[in-house]
Design a protein around this ligand. Structure first.
Ligand code: ADP
Ligand code: ASP
Ligand code: MG
Length: 816
């Protein structure tokens, strides 16, 4: 014997009811006559509830009543043959008339008791089940409507009635004996008390009805048919990457559903657990999908947790007072009071100092809870032994669940790391002593972000999604997008990282898309955008989108974005930048960035500030963090100047070489911007700071390559003329170097806390002698690399290598 329960969405439309009939036909064909438990049509219970509320305020409910009738009558018309329609209409109409009378009564009295409300809600299941049993009877002659309110007996706790299992079992068994060989269509959700008054089992309670029948009849299996592929790692409406779980234990399913996984009603697990009946959650809309089996023993799983669930709207009440909390008997009194008042407590935490107790309740219970606490503890309040209970609203609970948590250390560390890195403030924590569940209370506005971030952190077999906000669509920005596009598949497969570009701005326009832009035609999206570029709004929008794992990428060379870095860090968003201006301005600012990033647990990566994509900053950081000490850094960090000196030999004259460098695109429009050494100075300054020296730009001594006349020339043309004039000066330098078998090199050096950039002649023993093209080179002499320095060398300029460096930084953010 099997129990098949179909939820509201499975019986919400003609098409889905037909699918249900098809599922039943398959069972029937193999000789099964399952017990079918049905919910109200999707949305109907809410509609009934709304009508009841309206009636209690004396408001008109006829529109809703008409809607209810139409929804059912439409089904009758569509799914019943003409000769079968009339009896169904009549039975339904009788129900609707009773319902209308009831609502009229509520309206007249302006009073809606829990008892009346249950009666009103019961019409949802009664109508749907009646209707579907009639439809089913066309295919299954044994179909029989069964009103569970006559079989399930409960106490009189209307709205959440407790089942008298012994009596219920007897009644169900008796009914089956009286009706052998029938195919029962049973109303979910509803029951009755001793006096025969209708009660309900709590919202979502049709699942429970199925389990009650399953347990009473020792069913082989309880199937819960719904609109998703079984129990998933998280609510698929909130976490797009949620996936189905093949197996869960009863405890895990209970914990997940208790903390919001609505797919199954938590009490359902109890009768099934006691009788060891497996529960299978299946998808009506994807019949062949295996779904989730909930049972006693599951195969060993490598997943540290099974799932993440949440309750989106809760309130917490904080009770504290030096004279009361922690005293024996206080919490007993408090919680008995709340139980007596039927206030459901979702979660409790108590600080170890025992000065406060915090508990979570449904928001609509919060004021009542405060009131009854104030009444109960009136004397203590008056004596100032207890403070007035404090209510906080608009909070959510997020819970991670899984039996493996018990054996795996570091789970809570991972949870809090994911939350912290994403700037999610945790208000309270509770870990059940079973260790099957860790729950945190967070702000409602952070829930979606937190769920996704935590899901990414735990389900590492899935790709982690980085949400990138990119400033600058020049050479580097554009190249980065191209590289990301080319390598996205590789990244997903090998690094487990998916990068979504969710915000783009250049100096004119900006555009956002939380699903990520297609990197084939992001230009069109940006062009078509109506939003004018504005850095303040860009950052504001980035914060508002509140996405997990965000990265702010500054691919500009402008000072404007720098002013926003600190705010970005404070929003718990990592920064990746090739823009050197931030790090090379005042030391105080450099320090602020670092402190803000550290304080908020996010990354600040700027590898491309020095030597484009070459691993220079990273190497220095690794040396420093592993306890090495930098004695000396020597470097050639200007590709332009490298090019010039590498070509300034033999017959060449300096003027022509500079011109060539300019023609090849190596220099700024005014070559003096390179030759002046400012850019080089910035790089040395950043290195010095990263090596631990709190230096300012003015502390770096720069020996100019150019004679005064060249520097003072008014225009670029004048500069070239002056360069020609000074030819003798440069030729002398060159000849002297050649005579001594040396080459000219413009070298930056940091030693003993002093930084300088000087023009030097080096011989073949010097590591910089062999430098070719526009390459950069840097040598680190440290305590460990004393005899032979550590050298990094390679192309240190160009959009391709710079974008690749930004790319690498971005992936490193993803790795954390
Ligand atoms: P039914 O009407 O069939 O009883 P419900 O609406 O009660 O269906 O439950 C199914 C819904 O539960 C799904 O549509 C899904 O949005 C939600 N849900 C929440 N958490 C989970 C989860 N962890 N796995 C699957 N579904 C979930
Ligand atoms: N119809 C009821 C509800 O919506 C019971 C159920 O669907 O399980 O809560
Ligand atoms: Mg349900």
């Amino acid at each position: 014997m099997k129990i098949l329960k179909f939820g509201g969405t499975s019986v919400g439309s003609a098409q889905s009811i037909s699918t249900v009939i098809d599922i039943l036909k398959k069972e029937y064909e193999v000789g099964e006559k399952p017990i079918v438990v049905l919910s109200a049509m999707g949305g109907v219970t809410n509609l009934l509830s709304a009508m009841a509320e309206k009636a209690s305020r004396g408001e008109d409910f006829t529109a809703e009543l008409a809607e209810l009738e139409t929804r059912h009558f439409d089904m009758v018309r569509t799914l019943l043959s003409v000769q079968n329609q009339n009896p169904a209409y009549t039975r339904l109409k009788i129900n609707f008339n009773h319902l209308e009378e009831l609502l009229q009564g509520v309206s007249t009295l302006r009073e809606l008791t829990a008892k009346t409300k249950d009666l009103i809600l019961s019409y949802g299941e009664r109508c749907s089940t009646l209707m579907i049993s009639k439809i089913a009877a066309q295919y299954f002659p044994e179909a029989l409507f069964a009103d569970a309110s006559e079989l399930i007996k409960t106490d009189s706790d209307f709205g959440h009635a407790k089942v008298n299992m012994d009596l219920t079992e007897l009644l169900i068994k008796g009914f089956i004996q009286e009706n052998p060989n029938k195919m029962l269509f049973v109303t979910g959700f509803i029951a009755s008390n001793e006096a025969g008054q209708i009660t309900t089992l709590g919202r979502g309670g049709s699942d429970y009805t199925a389990a009650i029948f399953g347990a009473a009849l020792n069913a082989a299996e309880i199937q819960i048919w719904t609109d998703v592929n079984g129990m998933m790692t998280a609510d698929p409406r909130m976490v797009k990457k949620a996936f189905s779980l093949p197996e869960l234990t009863y405890t895990e399913a209970m914990e997940l559903s208790y903390f919001g996984a609505k797919v199954i009603y938590p009490p359902t697990m109890i009768p099934a657990f006691l009788k060891k009946i497996p529960i299978v959650i299946k998808n009506t809309f994807q019949v062949d999908f295996e779904g989730t089996v909930i049972q006693h023993h599951c195969k060993a799983s490598s997943l540290p947790i099974k799932g993440i669930s949440s309750i989106s709207d809760i309130s917490i009440i904080n009770v504290q007072g030096s004279g009361m909390v922690g005293k024996s008997g206080f919490s007993g009194r408090l919680f008995s009071l709340l139980a007596r008042e039927q206030i459901n407590i979702i979660l409790i935490t108590q600080s170890s100092s025992e000065h406060s107790i915090t508990f979570a309740v449904n928001p609509h219970d919060s004021e009542k809870a405060r009131r009854v606490i104030e009444q109960e503890f009136e004397l203590e309040l008056l004596a100032n032994k207890l403070d007035r209970p404090d209510i906080e609203q608009k909070l959510s609970i997020l819970a991670i669940v899984g039996e493996n948590m018990k054996q795996t250390p570091g789970i809570s560390g991972k949870l809090f790391h994911a939350l912290g890195r994403n700037g999610v403030n945790v208000r309270a924590i509770a870990q059940g002593s079973s260790e099957y569940n860790i729950s945190v209370i967070i702000s409602q506005s952070d829930l979606a972000k937190a769920l996704n971030a935590v899901h990414d952190a735990f389900f590492v077999q899935l790709n982690k999604t980085l949400h990138a906000f990119c400033l600058g669509t020049g050479n580097i920005g554009t190249t980065l997008f191209r590289q990301l596009n080319q390598h996205s598949e590789f990244l997903q497969q090998n690094n487990g990282i998916q990068v979504k570009i969710v915000g783009i701005s250049n100096t004119r326009k900006m555009v956002f898309n939380s699903d990520g832009f297609s990197l084939d035609n992001w230009q069109d999206d940006l062009e078509e955008s109506q939003e004018k570029a504005d850095l303040g709004s860009f950052v504001k929008k980035m914060k508002e989108m509140n996405l997990p794992n965000c990265v702010f990428i500054d691919n500009t060379a402008s000072p404007s974005p720098i002013a926003f870095y600190e705010e970005v860090f404070k929003s718990n968003i990592s920064v990746v930048t090739c823009n050197k201006i931030g790090n090379s301005a005042a030391y105080k600012q450099y320090k602020t960035f670092r402190d803000a990033a550290r304080q908020h647990g996010v990354d600040f990566f700027y590898e491309t500030n020095v030597g484009a994509g070459l691993p220079i900053i990273r190497t220095l950081k690794d040396l420093m963090s592993s306890g090495d000490r930098v004695m000396r850094i020597e470097a050639i960090l200007s590709g332009t100047i490298s090019f010039i000196f590498n070509h300034f030999k033999g017959e060449a004259n300096f003027h022509d070489v500079v011109k060539l460098a300019q023609e090849k695109g190596y220099t700024e429009p005014d070559p003096r911007d390179d030759l002046r050494g400012t850019d080089f100075m910035r790089k040395i300054l950043i290195l010095a700071r990263d090596a631990g020296y709190p230096m300012e730009a003015a502390d770096v001594q720069i020996e100019s390559i150019l004679p005064k006349s060249c520097m003072e020339a008014q225009t670029v043309d004048d500069f070239y003329a002056a360069l020609k004039q000074e030819d003798a000066y440069f030729t002398t330098l060159k000849e002297q170097a050649e005579k001594e078998k040396k080459v000219l090199r413009y070298i930056g050096k940091l030693e003993d806390g002093k930084a300088a950039i000087t023009l030097q002649m080096v011989d073949e023993n010097h590591p910089f002698y062999m430098l070719s093209g526009s390459d950069n080179i840097i040598s680190f002499t440290t305590d460990r690399y004393k005899d032979r320095p550590l050298v990094v060398k390679g192309p240190g300029a160009g959009a391709e290598v710079t974008a690749a460096g930004v790319f690498a930084d971005l992936i490193n953010v993803g790795a954390n």
